[in-house]
Design a protein around this ligand. Structure first.
Ligand SMILES: O=C(O)c1ccccc1N[C@@H]1O[C@H](COP(=O)(O)O)[C@@H](O)[C@H]1O
Length: 211
C-alpha cells in the first residue's frame, strides 16, 4: 500500500509535538522565521526536539535567512531536513551539507518541471500557494490541477490543507507527502490535537481508497 507522508509544520509547544506524533505524523516542522506567528528560537526548538522519539523527522523551515543564521540553528538543533521557503538559490540550499526541501510558490507562470531541474539536489520539492508578500503559512490552496501527478521525485503538497480537504488533495495530486500548518490549529501557532488526528485519519482513508 502506498502511504502519503504527513508533515505537521509550525510546532511551538512540546504538547503539540506529542499530540502530532500520537496522531501519526511522520515529520514535524519548526519555523525559524521571525515574522511567522509560529516562529521558535533555536534553543526552544532544541528543547522540544529533545523529547521526541526516534523515527520522527525534524524539519527546520527558513525564509531567506542569512547562511550564518542557518548554521547557528544547526549547531543547536539536530535537524533531519532543511526547508527553504523563500527565494533561496540552489547553491545556497545545497551549501549546508544537509538534505533539503525547496518550496516553490505557485504564482502564475511557474514552470514546475523547470524548478525541479534547477533544484536537482533537493531531496524533495514542495509546492505551495502564492500570495504576494506572504512567504507561506497562507492557509490558501492553489489549483491542484497544476500539481504533477507523475513525478519520480518526492513532491510535497502544501497550502490551505485541512482535515476536510486532505482526502480530495490526495485523490487529485497523489503527492509523496502533505505539509499542513494552519489547517490543524486552534489559534496561530497552537496545534489542535483533534484536528491533527482527523487530518491523519483522512490521509489514511484516502490512501486506502487509492490502493
Ligand atoms: O507556517 C508558517 O508560519 C510559515 C511561514 C513562512 C513560510 C512558510 C510557512 N509555513 C509553510 O507554509 C505552507 C502552508 O501552510 P498552511 O497549511 O497553508 O498554513 C506549509 O508548507 C508550511 O510548512
Amino acid at each position: 500500500m502506498s502511504r502519503t507522508r504527513v508533515k505537521i509544520c509550525g510546532i511551538t509547544r512540546a504538547e503539540d509535538a506529542a499530540a502530532a506524533i500520537r496522531a501519526g505524523a511522520d515529520a514535524l516542522g519548526f519555523v525559524f522565521y521571525a515574522k511567522s506567528p509560529r516562529s521558535v528560537s533555536a534553543a526552544h526548538a532544541a528543547d522540544i526536539m529533545a523529547g521526541l522519539p526516534v523515527f520522527v523527522s525534524k524539519v527546520g523551515l527558513f525564509v531567506n535567512a542569512d547562511a550564518e543564521e542557518v548554521r547557528q540553528v544547526l549547531a543547536v538543533c539536530e535537524l533531519d531536513l532543511l526547508q527553504f521557503h523563500g527565494d533561496e538559490t540552489p547553491a545556497y540550499c545545497a551549501s549546508f551539507a544537509k538534505p533539503y526541501m525547496k518550496a516553490i510558490r505557485m504564482r502564475d507562470g511557474v514552470d514546475v518541471a523547470e524548478a525541479m531541474q534547477a533544484y536537482a539536489s533537493a531531496s524533495a520539492i514542495l509546492l505551495d500557494s502564492y500570495k504576494p508578500g506572504v512567504p507561506g503559512g497562507t492557509g490558501e490552496s492553489f489549483d491542484w490541477v497544476r500539481f504533477p501527478t507523475n513525478s519520480e521525485r518526492p513532491l510535497v503538497l502544501a497550502g490551505g490543507l485541512r482535515p476536510d480537504n486532505a482526502g480530495a488533495a490526495i485523490a487529485s495530486c497523489k503527492p509523496y507527502a502533505l505539509d499542513v500548518s494552519g489547517g490543524v490549529e486552534s489559534a496561530p501557532g497552537i496545534k489542535c490535537a483533534h484536528a491533527m488526528t482527523r487530518f491523519i485519519e483522512a490521509v489514511s482513508q484516502a490512501d486506502r481508497r487509492e490502493d
